[in-house]
Design a protein around this ligand. Sequence first.
Ligand code: 6PG
Length: 465
Amino acid sequence: GKAQIGVYGLGTMGSALALNMAEHGFDVAVTNREADWIAPFMTEAGDLAACLQSFEDLQGFIAALATPRIILFMIPSGAPMDEMLERITPLLEPGDIVIDGGNADFHDTRRRVGKLSVLRLYYVGLGVSGGEAGARHGPSMMMGGSAEAWARIAPILTAIAARHEGSPCVAHLGPDGAGHFVKTVHNGIEYADMQVIAELYSLMRNGLALPPAEIGALFEAWNAGPLRSYLVEITAKLLSYADPETGHPMIDVIKDAAGQKGTGRWSVIEAQRMGQSASMIEAAVGARSWSSEKDTRQAAEAVLGGAVGAVDASPEVLAEAFLAARILAHAQGFRVLAAASEEYDWSLDFATIARVWRAGCIIRSALLDEIAVACEGDLPEGQLILDPGLAQTLARCVPALRQVVCSAVHGGHPVPALSAGLAWYDSMRLGHGSANMIQAQRDMFGHHGFERLGQAGRHHGPWWD
Ligand code: 6PG
């Protein structure tokens, strides 16, 4: 019979998703640009191959699909997707659904939705999180597109999604680019959380002189409490490994230069464009950029000195600082979502987003369970930091964050994300800030004018009289 869905792209994520679908009893057609990937994939599929039909040519692949067709593309984002659309649209018919499951820039998704709608084709931007294991056994998925397309693909996506206490971690979040935008912000929060973990690790390693295995044990303990999360879990695990070549802790032989493919940077750029600043994500993106200048840092160490001092913070204090920082990173991410929802008229539902993030994705955590509940009520000012429960946790944990940042700064340890989170918190909790000075300067040098407290309208200082 005809296949219910086609998967184009048998890289890590495409293969895993195709196998996941087959395991749930769907008939799946598969193909790949490099034909020589197909046979090994079918071998790997084992018994599941019964639900899989493989094709070396695009025409055969398309012909094998039940109409109207559903095709999921798992290929590199950007130009390859546009080239793919050029090739495939002439072979499709009105009503067919094209799903882009990559980490696409949501602006591209919006453009493609428009382009394909002219051909009466549906274009779906699907954020897929969870890495290979997630894709294979249950990813978290963020769908953007039309309600008609959602109605047709929902049965498949719901079946293969991760489950949180029985409810599937997939949802139709909004039209056109909404799904890819939410995935981008998910990745932004992922960047911030990873950077916070890296900073805390470094403080324990270089400021408390703890060996990797002991730090791993601490992360493992943290994973049993309010800090429980997938990233904490894998951090604990990876710290227990030794390098088979040298016998050193594995973490010590890995070059300290981080890669990045763009989603973190996009979160920051979009936030800034909308008059927001997700400063912890910015710090995380920046820290990755600085890290890649390894040669410069090594030269600088010889000139500027690389000594760092002891850190005055117990692991308990570090844990509280971590929780505060994690709340702040999510609060910044949700602010960016709110701004985009308004700008693009997406009516994003934060409770649904938080629920989709509770299982399957990289940032899944105990905190997200709490955030999902918080978002069900009315968030004061739309701000997570003002949710009564989260505000209370912040009040309890921010003193620890303060202690950690002070001590780190004093000892010369870089803590860009932790300190950015604290600066944002301190800026937001002051009803009266320092921007009166900015306004006075702007008026004095440029006659820009300012509002007076409690008095609308544009005023100028006596310096102009
Ligand atoms: C996920 C991850 C995944 C991938 C990103 C990370 O949610 O499963 O975010 O999409 O790891 O590509 O991006 P970087 O390579 O930029 O760290």
